[in-house]
Design a binder for this molecule. Structure first.
Ligand SMILES: NC(=O)c1ccc[n+]([C@@H]2O[C@H](COP(=O)([O-])OP(=O)(O)OC[C@H]3O[C@@H](n4cnc5c(N)ncnc54)[C@H](OP(=O)(O)O)[C@@H]3O)[C@@H](O)[C@H]2O)c1
Length: 227
């Protein structure tokens, strides 16, 4: 099998960096907003290119992706969260959250589909436990992740005939900057030992991408384990 080319969004984040490490033997396209951070990350990896992409601007995707050549896999990993009750959270937060967490993955998938079809590739969506259960205080984020699950389910049905595989991964609380922000907003202590190591989420995604073609791993839930 030739070396797959894998595009990772949110590559500079906690799970994103772990994904880049776990997939170091792929040709990597590390996508993110901060060119300096991306460059530093790519320098430490043998086969990595960088792609500056602000997910708030889907109108830039087609141009940005133009010269990338074959892409086998895309991992939609970038995401944002802001906790707040429906009674308090204003429309800007909802718009921003849905734009990054759902609209951008849909638009990016659309732009990449010719390559994914040609490669009979794989789209992986990093969802969340909040994409399966919506709890008080998590409205905008849970709504975005429920919608992301719908996007993945629809895409799986639509693209099966082209050989494109689609997987949703639902991590629980994972030790990253996003979880630090969540715990601050919840007013709770940061309990690193109670959370999933980002490397374990990344290893799960690697397992999904490398599953033999007769095994379609459509939905994978990763919960914090008892140590
Ligand atoms: N950590 C958890 O407990 C947890 C649990 C379940 C699911 N998840 C999901 O896992 C994924 C990764 O989260 P993480 O924990 O690794 O969070 P993180 O460390 O905060 O990383 C998030 C990444 O998304 C990028 N991003 C945000 N807005 C962007 C935009 N407009 N354009 C381009 N990139 C943007 C960030 O880039 P910048 O650095 O430029 O902001 C960063 O690289 C997310 O989808 C999240 O919802 C996380």
């Amino acid at each position: 099998m030739s070396t797959p080319t894998t595009l990772i969004t949110g590559a500079t984040g906690g799970i994103g960096r772990a994904l880049a490490d776990a997939l170091h033997d792929h040709q990597l396209i590390l996508a993110g907003r901060d060119a300096d951070k991306l460059r530093a990350l790519a320098e430490a990896l043998p086969n990595a290119h960088t792609l500056t992409l602000d997910l708030h601007h889907p109108e830039t995707f087609a141009d940005a992706l133009q010269d990338l050549g074959v892409i086998t896999n895309v991992i939609h990993n970038a995401g944002v969260v802001d906790l707040g009750r429906v009674a308090e959270q204003d429309a800007d937060v909802w718009t921003r959250t849905l734009a990054v967490n759902v609209v951008a993955p849909a638009a990016l998938t659309r732009a990449l589909l010719p390559q994914l079809r040609a490669a009979r590739g794989h789209a992986v969506f990093i969802n969340s436990g909040a994409g399966l259960r919506a709890n008080a205080g998590w409205g905008s984020y849970a709504a975005s992740k429920f919608a992301l699950r719908a996007l993945a389910d629809v895409l799986r049905e639509e693209e099966a005939a082209h050989g494109v595989r689609v997987t949703t991964v639902y991590p629980g609380r994972t030790d990253t900057d996003m979880q630090r922000k969540v715990r601050t907003q919840e007013g709770g202590e940061y309990q690193q030992d109670a959370y999933i190591d980002a490397r374990s989420v990344a290893a799960t995604v690697r397992f999904v991408l490398h599953a033999p073609r007769d095994a379609d791993l459509t939905d994978v839930t990763v919960r914090p384990g008892v140590r």
